[in-house]
Design a protein around this ligand. Structure first.
Ligand code: ZN
Ligand code: ZN
Length: 220
């Protein structure tokens, strides 16, 4: 027959009373037989486990985020999407500055009118689809009404019954000769540029820097 030592008295982990364990698995016995202590202790363990699980989940979410950033970084279409947004914002600010420096109210390249109840966008002369190499070229994009002229009139390059259009807008702003230079430059720059993700990231960094400076200057 196995000789078993009688269990030694212990101090209850909850109430601090000294008790003598009666459980078979002594390792698990940390509290006295008081139901309140048993419940309290069990809840404590559950809460601890819950916290542990939450910490683990948080860690996993963070790791996934990091992995996603790493994945996106090398994804060219993701990079271009980010870059286009930042470039368009930069160009809008550069345009505001251009008008501001001349003491003029900003106007749309296609219709020559102020913002009104529209919003501003950076309107490309040559579209990204037609000449992707010019998508980040300041010579190819100017301040434009987002809805009326960019979206509804597809940039309004040649004008309508009531608007002079993009080409005439360039001439109005920069004069015949300078406008022709811009148009010729855009017409002839048809080469496809293959940016790497590293280049795009670098470009974006510099644009963001310029955006912060312009925002400061313009008090936005
Ligand atoms: Zn107790
Ligand atoms: Zn317009």
């Amino acid at each position: 027959m196995l000789k078993t030592k009688p269990p030694k008295p212990r101090k209850c982990a909850v109430c601090g009373e000294i008790y003598t364990p009666v459980r078979i698995n002594l390792k698990l016995t940390k509290v006295c037989m008081n139901p309140g202590c048993i419940l309290d202790y069990a809840q404590g363990i559950r809460a601890k486990e819950q916290r542990k699980l939450e910490r683990k989940q948080k860690k996993e979410v963070k790791a996934n985020k990091v992995a996603l950033i790493e994945f996106n970084k090398k994804d060219l279409s993701w990079q271009h999407k980010q870059c286009q947004t930042v470039f368009n914002k930069l160009r809008r600010l550069q345009e505001f500055k251009w008008f501001y420096d001349r003491g003029l109210e900003p106007t749309c390249i296609s219709c020559g009118k102020p913002k009104g109840n529209d919003t501003w966008c950076n309107g490309h002369f040559k579209t990204r689809g037609a000449q992707s190499g010019l998508r980040y070229d300041p010579m190819n994009s100017y301040l434009q009404h987002n809805y009326h002229c960019n979206q509804n009139l597809s940039g309004d390059i040649y004008g309508t019954k009531t608007t002079h259009g993009y080409i005439q807008g360039l001439k109005n702003r920069f004069g015949e000769e300078e406008a022709q230079k811009i148009i010729d430059y855009c017409e002839t720059n048809t080469k496809i540029v293959k940016w790497t993700w590293e280049q795009l990231e670098q470009m974006r960094k510099e644009w963001n820097k310029e955006i912060r400076q312009l925002e400061k200057q313009l008090g936005e």
